[in-house]
Design a binder for this molecule. Structure first.
Ligand code: CU
Length: 566
């Protein structure tokens, strides 16, 4: 928790809401879908405090690791830890067909009573599983069998990971209170087999920029792996495909768990826990916390509210909220979104820039009657349902902008400004994965945006942009409306001459904001799309905007190497 910083943030925010929001996001961190590997997991349920951007620390319960986990995935994520309490709980990563063993120790306050974990969609044995025979062992009686852990006690669950995909897990004991308090998490089951055409996850990379990816040919998603390797990116996928189906290959992945908190419930739970631990407390003493009426004030993605969700995974200031929400991608990549509705409310989350093609719900691939074609809906908002998990593909190419987003200028002396665009059968420039404009939508090639730009980009378009000398731009705006460091440099370094305008200008850029806030005109210069709840109350934090369920999807040019290690 950083209360001083957070309070300062809140005060300034009243004056400069959007500027402050963008400036606070200057240090970009990336996300992937980090978690712990099994298939044997030792978890606890324990109390701690969750920090919020308004400076509050909310008493909560969460699952965590009981000792060091077997391992972390994906490889190469830096600073990983698994404390004894976190929200969401540790993301459990297993493979289809694994026999998963989860031993839960109940370290909640005695007054909280029993606790448990449900793994909906799986045949769970509270005891020992042998083939399909369950021998109940340990635990105390819960909803179905002896599936709960008494205070200080343990219970062991075993089940076969029969269905790949993204799944929820959460408390099956006093769920109205325990899930609200934070007892939920995700289980990712990787498919036992992935289609050969999807390629394979690289294991040779170590450290950002090492270019550890194999260069593959004929990858189903258009050889994005080869493009990533060329630009020195590592592979942070958990698998090459979400399911054993060629239409579920992906290039990048993110897990988003949506939940909300009513702090009055949490305050009441804490007060009663303290009363029950007092010297004169009645024996037995248990919680009676009303969970209605329900007035949530915090709306979280992966246990954090905006802007905290855009800090790094495993950032030290969030010891109990290790996972972020900070998607990045290159045009043409297939981005797998793993989405879970935790908590009680529906959240109409809108991924700006394109629809999300739903692949599966709760691990059930949605197929047409031919058995292979995808039949899931393309959703404008991936509206969550409590307890429901969805896998979807997000995709962006810039098609339909009706202007050349790379700022090509056929009259330039800069070779990068005169790159060609050769349409494939779908209209995209996919011939060379090494090109900056790999996956450019060729119909828009060389279509100027601006009427009279002052840099080295084409002129004669319909738009006159505000004078950059009188405009304060956000940290992500590289100084030009075009995609990528090369385009930004050409568009902001005005009257250069020579064979390569990026070097002959000697750093005398003409666009003041870029390089003076946080970003260099040659650094990350992507398109930022707000991804947020369309229930506008949910993009606040304790009634202050902006906050809550909001993040930015950064579309980055190929030149910018996306580093998911944080
Ligand atoms: Cu929207």
């Amino acid at each position: 928790m950083k209360p001083i910083f957070k309070n300062a943030f809140l005060k300034t925010r009243r004056l400069l809401p959007l500027m402050m929001a963008v400036a606070s996001l200057a240090a970009t961190a990336h996300a992937a879908a980090p978690g712990i590997t099994g298939p044997i997991f030792n978890l606890t349920a324990a109390p701690s405090y969750l920090t919020q951007p308004d400076g509050q620390a909310i008493y909560s319960w969460g699952y965590g690791c009981n000792g060091a986990p077997t391992g972390y995935a994906p490889a190469g994520i830096s600073g990983s830890f698994c404390n004894s309490m976190q929200v969401p709980g540790p993301t459990l990563i297993v493979k289809e067909g694994d026999t998963v063993t989860v031993t839960l120790t109940n370290n909640l306050p005695a007054a909280a009573g029993n606790t448990s974990i449900l793994f909906p969609g799986f045949q769970v044995c509270a005891g020992t599983l042998s083939g399909s025979t369950c021998t109940p062992a340990g635990g105390v009686s819960g909803l179905v069998t002896q599936e709960a852990a008494a205070n200080g006690g343990t219970v062991t669950y075993q089940f076969k990971a029969t269905t790949p995909g993204t799944h929820a897990y959460y408390s099956g004991t006093q769920s109205d209170l325990q899930i609200e308090m934070g007892l939920f998490g995700a289980l990712i089951v990787l498919p036992a087999n992935t289609p050969a055409v999807c390629g394979a996850v690289a294991t040779s990379g170590s450290g950002p920029g090492s270019g550890g990816l194999p260069i593959l040919n004929g990858v189903a998603s258009g050889n994005n792996v080869a493009a990533q390797a060329y630009w020195g990116e590592n592979d942070y996928r958990l698998a090459a495909a979400a399911y054993n189906n060629t239409k579920t290959c992906y290039d990048r992945e993110y897990l988003f768990q949506f939940s909300e908190m009513d702090p009055a419930i949490h305050d009441q739970a804490l007060a009663q826990v303290q009363q029950c631990s007092a010297a004169n407390a009645p024996v037995p003493c248990s919680l009676h916390v009303p969970t209605e009426p329900y007035r949530p004030a915090y709306f979280m993605i992966n246990g954090r509210s905006m802007p905290d969700d855009m800090d790094s995974n495993y950032a030290v200031e969030y010891p109990h909220q290790p996972y972020n929400g900070n998607p990045h991608m290159h045009p043409g990549e297939m981005v797998l979104l793993r989405i879970i509705g935790q908590g009680r409310w529906q959240h109409p989350f809108h991924e700006h820039a394109n629809h999300v093609r739903i692949l599966a719900r709760d691990g059930n691939l949605i197929l047409a009657p031919d058995g292979t074609s995808l039949a899931g809906p393309a959703l404008f908002t991936t509206t969550t349902t409590p307890g429901l998990a969805m896998d979807g593909i997000f995709y962006y190419t810039g098609r339909g902008l009706n202007w050349d987003m790379y700022g090509h200028n056929p009259g330039s002396v800069d070779l990068n400004a005169k790159l060609t665009c050769t349409p494939d059968s779908e209209g995209y420039n996919t011939g060379a994965p090494t090109a900056i404009n790999y996956f450019e939508w060729c119909q828009d090639h060389n279509k100027p945006l601006q009427t009279a730009p002052f840099g080295d980009v084409a002129s004669g378009g319909p738009v006159t942009l505000p004078d950059p000398n009188i405009l304060v731009n956000g940290a992500w705006f590289g100084g030009s409306p075009y995609l990528g460091p090369d385009a930004t440099t050409r568009a902001t370094f005005g009257n250069c001459t020579g064979a390569n305008k990026t070097t002959s200008c000697g750093g005398t850029g003409t666009t003041p904001p870029s390089g003076t806030i946080a970003n260099s005109p040659t650094g990350e210069a992507g398109f930022a799309f707000m991804w947020h709840s369309h229930n506008e109350r949910e993009i606040t934090t304790n009634n202050a905007f902006p906050g809550g369920m909001m993040m930015m999807m950064l579309i980055d040019s190929r030149e910018f190497a996306i580093d998911e290690s944080k």
